[in-house]
Design a protein around this ligand. Structure first.
Ligand SMILES: C[S@@+](CC[C@H](N)C(=O)[O-])C[C@H]1O[C@@H](n2cnc3c(N)ncnc32)[C@H](O)[C@@H]1O
Length: 282
């Protein structure tokens, strides 16, 4: 039987859906506040640590020789610098090439600065300030990774096929994406529509792997949690991917209280799962 808090969450979501019906779309977040509030949001979540630990295990098993990684939608590089540090530890003394693709120039500059700060002489860094579709790359990589960036492409299956072309034979393609869990039910109701396609969740990504004829070696969920209950309005807006009105923030916070779970220390947290899809280029 559904719990009272599940009933409450469903009721709030229904009310929000009705309130938003026939209303103009809420404003989207401009790139600068998106990048800033994303960083603040991630500091409230244990997801990045879980991702870095999970991917470090795969990076440690790469073949001998130089190692290269392409991070698509690398953002400010705070996750990639964790991955690069793990990689440098896992393959000591081997040259590591780490390339980012990022259309927002402010974030691309932060990526370059964050990676340079690692000061590892065996690490070479490059960043392309463009979208994935527009990027002109003339090299292949041991790993091509999309962390929370597949949402923004127009055609997921076509993007997966293009991305696999950038993986060297024997290398790997990783896509990390959010499932339609409690938090994203809110995104679905409140976020303005993307320009030319729906918001892609994990089920769409899994189907796109099938449609592209790419066999998955791994598909797992990392059960992260985020401390959103007392967060600022700006981070709340990032969480729902829309600039909320003051009237909407009350019900949104009530919804979050209704879907909260207890972490190991008994603190209230919001489920913040991420799915990891991994394929090998044969
Ligand atoms: C949620 S952030 C994730 C950033 C980083 N991967 C991380 O996990 O911290 C999504 C990033 O994808 C970038 N992005 C948006 N559209 C893109 C596209 N068409 N191609 C590549 N990156 C894109 C955004 O600018 C943003 O930095």
């Amino acid at each position: 039987m559904p719990s009272r808090s599940t009933d409450t969450a469903v009721a709030i979501l229904d009310e929000l859906r009705v309130a938003r019906r026939d209303s103009p779309a809420l404003p989207c977040l401009d790139p600068e506040s998106y990048a800033r509030d994303h960083a603040a949001f991630e500091r409230l979540s244990d997801q990045r640590g879980l991702i870095a630990d999970h991917l470090a295990g795969h990076l440690a098993r790469l073949d001998d020789g130089p190692v290269s990684v392409l991070s698509v939608g690398c953002g400010d590089g705070s996750l990639d610098s964790q991955l690069a540090q793990g990689l440098l530890r896992a393959v000591p003394g081997r040259p590591v090439r780490y390339v980012g693709i990022e259309p927002w120039s402010g974030s691309a500059a932060l990526f370059a600065a964050e990676m340079s700060a690692l000061e590892a002489h065996e690490l070479s860094i490059d960043v392309h300030v463009t979208s994935f579709a527009e990027a002109a790359l003339d090299e292949t990589f041991d790993v091509v990774v999309f962390v929370h960036s597949m949402y923004y492409v127009a055609d997921v299956a076509a993007t997966l096929r293009s991305a696999l072309q950038l993986v060297r034979p024997g290398g790997q393609l990783w896509v990390l994406n959010a499932p339609r869990a409690a938090l994203n039910e809110l995104v679905d109701v409140l976020a303005p529509p993307l320009e030319d396609h729906p918001q892609w969740f994990s089920a769409d990504v899994r189907k796109a792997f099938d449609d592209a004829g790419i066999i998955l070696e791994e598909s797992v969920t990392l059960d992260a949690l985020v401390a959103l209950l007392a967060t600022s309005d700006e981070v709340l807006d990032f969480a729902v991917q829309a600039r909320l009105t003051p009237e909407l923030r009350g019900p949104v916070r009530d919804y979050l209280r209704a879907v909260a779970v207890s972490d190991a220390d008994g603190e209230s947290r919001i489920p913040h799962p991420v799915d990891v899809f991994r394929a090998v280029r044969h």
